[in-house]
Design a protein around this ligand. Structure first.
Ligand SMILES: *[C@@H]1O[C@H](CO)[C@@H](O)[C@H](O)[C@H]1NC(C)=O
Ligand SMILES: *[C@@H]1O[C@H](CO)[C@@H](O)[C@H](O)[C@H]1NC(C)=O
Ligand SMILES: *[C@@H]1O[C@H](CO)[C@@H](O)[C@H](O)[C@H]1NC(C)=O
Ligand SMILES: *[C@@H]1O[C@H](CO)[C@@H](O)[C@H](O)[C@H]1NC(C)=O
Ligand SMILES: *[C@@H]1O[C@H](CO)[C@@H](O)[C@H](O)[C@H]1NC(C)=O
Ligand SMILES: *[C@@H]1O[C@H](CO)[C@@H](O)[C@H](O)[C@H]1NC(C)=O
Ligand SMILES: *[C@@H]1O[C@H](CO)[C@@H](O)[C@H](O)[C@H]1NC(C)=O
Ligand SMILES: *[C@@H]1O[C@H](CO)[C@@H](O)[C@H](O)[C@H]1NC(C)=O
Ligand SMILES: *[C@@H]1O[C@H](CO)[C@@H](O)[C@H](O)[C@H]1NC(C)=O
Ligand SMILES: *[C@@H]1O[C@H](CO)[C@@H](O)[C@H](O)[C@H]1NC(C)=O
Length: 502
């Protein structure tokens, strides 16, 4: 199985063609939450999904306009029963049948609905609704059977991993026993219908709550020195990351209840790219990029987990968009891969991702001065880019193509972008103390052509030595400056440079 997958994966890379086996075995999907002050239209959302080659999504409801936009795209869709609707469905066969008719049968097969997620983390967040879960799942299943859709559409419910207790070492994990009366019949149901156990896995929170016990590298899938690897003393299995340990804890917890043939699907996982600097210092773009890039590689490689090597764990990243109207801590708003305009929060470091979320559009990004950024900070950042940053800023001089418009924003944009591209668009290279941002709109104008596809605009390290002495150090202290002093500085730097080269 693993070998077959690997061969098809290689073919996928070689032929750049989609492989059905690869797609069904190991895949990365995304969650689409919509708690945004301005929600992109369904057609904008599907355009983004297509451009990123995202083939699997989970919706938190069954919005008819969104389903209409997903029709005939080939994208596989998990629809959800929101928690508020559990009461109605769990109490009435007829309500469940109506729900399936309206939200599933009416769209299938033009919308490839593969599962219904019944509620979200009900057992951990709404214990009072726990008794409704099994009736709701059964009624929905009856309705699918009646509509002859049960072969294609599976019913399950996403759990918080907090219902698994003592999850390290994984071999000792078990489900909170006070939930047995729901979980035992639920696992039987999943077994008999061929549905997966849906699990939300958040190494970010595990790390945050561990008070330093869990190393950041272990949460981020970074290599650990062998003596830091976690070993399960009972099984002697080595764990190199939190994600695998939590998934295996779920397998062991099921086995504890004698269920060994229900696969795990990770319905949510991710990492926030921004948070409150004092209380959430690890919510950074670098960490989010590292987590999600490594996660995608890990899942697509079909490595499986130590307990089930080679068994793919289908995984949905939380989430497609930043949700700026989410309440709670700052980081709650910044789990997205994209902002609401479809601009990537960071460029994933991906090779071997099976092309999902690869750089199809993200390699057309530009780094520009942030709207409304403080001009003094922009000036300081501009001085830095043209000094120690080693950007060739000669095109910003009077008479040169990028002199006009002669504003600090325009000049900073040129320099930021040249730096960003010169650094290979690496994560963290479009930051400049927060006055820069990434966009997909090419800021080139007239004869001022921004670097992008034709290579680096950075000067070679050694050749700029005089200017970093004369521009940068003084600029860093000056902090305040205007464009003309800046241009003068560059002119003198370049004169120095030519003297130096002669
Ligand atoms: C629910 O509907 C199914 C078929 O649609 C039927 O078999 C089952 O008996 C009904 N259950 C209840 C509690 O009405
Ligand atoms: C829907 O997706 C499933 C799972 O990937 C696939 O097997 C099936 O062929 C798809 N159905 C349609 C109608 O595209
Ligand atoms: C187990 O679940 C019960 C019922 O939801 C809850 O009250 C209890 O706090 C849970 N135990 C742990 C250790 O999480
Ligand atoms: C699991 O199987 C063991 C041995 O057959 C049995 O003693 C135990 O009661 C079973 N547990 C459950 C939850 O079915
Ligand atoms: C992919 O999996 C194989 C083993 O199955 C492993 O040797 C290899 O290092 C993995 N590659 C990546 C990029 O994780
Ligand atoms: C994505 O972009 C990065 C940086 O530009 C590059 O290193 C990487 O190879 C690209 N990945 C793909 C799949 O093109
Ligand atoms: C992105 O980069 C890849 C590899 O460098 C290239 O094949 C592809 O055409 C680029 N995409 C766009 C839209 O420029
Ligand atoms: C990039 O290439 C275009 C077309 O070949 C050229 O006009 C432009 O000046 C180049 N830009 C840079 C920064 O080299
Ligand atoms: C920088 O140096 C490399 C090799 O030393 C050379 O190939 C390249 O052309 C130089 N670039 C510039 C802008 O001088
Ligand atoms: C410039 O470099 C020289 C020699 O390295 C050093 O003595 C001098 O302090 C530097 N000037 C500034 C402003 O840093």
């Amino acid at each position: 199985m693993k070998k077959l997958f690997f061969i098809s994966f290689v073919l996928l890379l070689l032929l750049a063609a989609s492989s059905v086996r690869g797609e069904d075995d190991a895949y990365i999907g995304v969650n689409i939450g919509t708690a945004m002050s301005s929600v992109p239209s369904p057609s904008q959302i599907t355009a983004l999904l297509r451009s990123q080659n995202i083939r699997h999504v989970r919706l938190y409801d069954a919005d008819p306009a969104m389903l209409a936009a997903l029709a005939n795209t080939g994208i596989r869709v998990i629809v959800s029963v929101p928690n508020e609707q559990l009461l109605g469905i769990g109490n009435s066969n007829a309500t469940a049948a109506n729900w399936v008719a309206k939200n599933v049968a009416a769209h299938y097969p033009s919308v490839n609905i593969t599962a219904i997620a019944v509620g979200s983390e009900v057992l951990s967040t709404l214990p009072n609704a726990a008794p409704l879960i099994m009736p709701a799942m059964r009624y929905l299943q009856n309705a699918l059977v009646a509509a002859a859709l049960d072969r294609y559409v599976k019913i399950s419910t996403p759990h918080s991993s907090s219902i698994i207790l003592d999850s390290f070492p994984p071999s000792q994990a078990f489900f909170n026993r006070s939930l047995d009366n729901v979980l035992v019949p639920m696992l039987k149901f999943l077994q008999s219908t061929g549905a997966p156990l849906m699990l939300n896995v958040y190494p970010y929170y595990d790390y945050m709550r561990s008070n330093g016990v869990i190393p950041l590298d272990y949460a981020l899938f970074r290599p650990l020195p062998p003596n830091k690897e976690a070993v399960d003393a009972n099984t002697l299995l080595h764990y190199t990351n939190v994600f695998d340990a939590v998934v295996d804890a779920a397998y062991f917890a099921m086995a504890y209840l004698n269920v060994t043939n229900v696969p795990v699907m990770v319905t949510e996982t991710g990492w926030p790219h921004k948070g409150d600097p004092s209380t959430e210092p690890d919510a950074t773009a670098d960490n989010a990029n590292t987590y999600n890039s490594n996660l995608i590689r890990h899942v697509m490689n079909s490595t499986g987990t130590p307990k089930h090597p080679g068994v793919a764990v289908p995984t949905y990243i939380y989430e497609l968009y930043d949700e700026d109207t989410r309440p709670g801590s700052t980081s709650e708003k910044y789990w997205g891969l994209f902002d609401m305009n479809g601009i990537p929060a960071y460029t994933l470091h991906l090779t071997g991702s099976g092309q999902v979320l690869a750089n199809d559009t993200t390699n057309q990004t530009y780094c520009v001065a942030r709207d409304g950024a403080d001009p003094k900070m922009l000036q300081a950042a501009l001085d830095w880019a043209c000094g120690p940053g080693k950007v060739d800023c000669s095109v910003l001089m009077q008479g040169q193509p990028c002199y006009d418009p002669d504003t600090v924003e325009a000049h900073a944009t040129y320099a930021f972008n040249a730096y960003y591209h010169g650094m290979g668009m690496g994560s963290g290279t479009c930051y400049f103390s927060g006055v820069a941002e990434i966009t997909t709109t090419d800021p080139s104008h007239g004869s001022c052509v921004y670097s992008g596809k034709n290579g680096s605009a950075l000067l070679n390290g050694t050749s700029l030595a005089p200017s970093s002495n004369s521009t940068a150090d003084s600029a860093a202290q000056r902090a305040i400056g205007d464009v003309s002093t800046f241009v003068r500085t560059v002119v003198s730097a370049i004169m120095l440079l030519s003297v130096f080269l002669l």
